[in-house]
Design a protein around this ligand. Structure first.
Ligand SMILES: [Zn+2]
Length: 112
């Protein structure tokens, strides 16, 4: 699943980072531990909005669960803040003016 055109946008750690490549009109690769999500720019912008909202409303005592299609990413609130920061950095790198959330909304957030 590796692409020769990957460009690193943001890094949190060895297994948590965001890359992009120009394939198929542009794909964002978001790696979070064992999972790597492959999102078009619009879906990535939507995920960014969901993470902003989820982290902003989340309680520091409760874990955060982000559903992306059939995949769930479970993390602590502190990790959610780190993910938000990484996504913000990636958006700046991409030039977020070009990004708008997708009409189709594949992402659902559960409260726990
Ligand atoms: Zn590629």
């Amino acid at each position: 699943m590796s692409c020769p055109h990957l460009r690193r946008l943001a890094t949190l750690g060895e297994f948590r980072y965001i890359e992009s490549c120009p394939c198929s009109g542009g794909i964002v690769h978001l790696s979070w531990d064992v999972a790597t999500l492959h999102l078009c720019f619009k879906d990535f912008a939507w995920l960014a909005a969901v993470v902003e909202e989820a982290v902003g409303r989340g309680s520091p005592d409760l874990p955060l669960v982000l559903w992306v299609g059939s995949v769930a990413l479970r993390m602590s609130h502190a990790e959610g803040i780190e993910l938000r920061g990484m996504i913000r950095t990636a958006l700046v790198e991409l030039g977020q003016a070009r990004l708008e959330p997708s009409q189709a909304r594949p992402f659902v957030r559960l409260p726990n």
